[in-house]
Design a protein. Structure first.
Length: 104
């Protein structure tokens, strides 16, 4: 499981029938700043994840990858390798809140 920021979406007009109607998101994994653990930093990598929750661009989400991406009722029959399974409200490290949804 990892946290990521939604950076965009992907449209594929040709895809297998089971994927029709599913929104695909571009997500960039985040990590806790190694220097002082005061913020979340992008990793520079991106993934395509199926959106099970109607997440929006800019939101921080919880993602699963690999076979775990097919363990939800919504994705069990989809040919996916990554899925958004949560929208993050807050990240706390060492008793400090380093991310809160809605804060700039």
């Amino acid at each position: 499981m990892f946290i990521a920021r939604v950076t965009g979406s992907l449209v594929a007009t040709q895809k297998v029938a089971s994927m029709v109607g599913w929104k695909l998101l571009i997500v960039e994994p985040l990590r806790v700043d190694e220097r002082d653990q005061s913020s979340l930093q992008p990793t520079g990598r991106t993934f395509v994840a199926v959106d099970t929750l109607s997440a929006g661009e800019g939101e921080v989400v919880l993602c699963v990858q690999g076979s775990s991406a097919r363990f939800t009722p919504e994705t069990k029959d989809l040919p996916v390798d990554a899925a958004v399974v949560g929208i993050v409200d807050r990240v706390q490290v060492g008793g400090r809140s380093i991310f809160r949804a809605g804060d700039s």
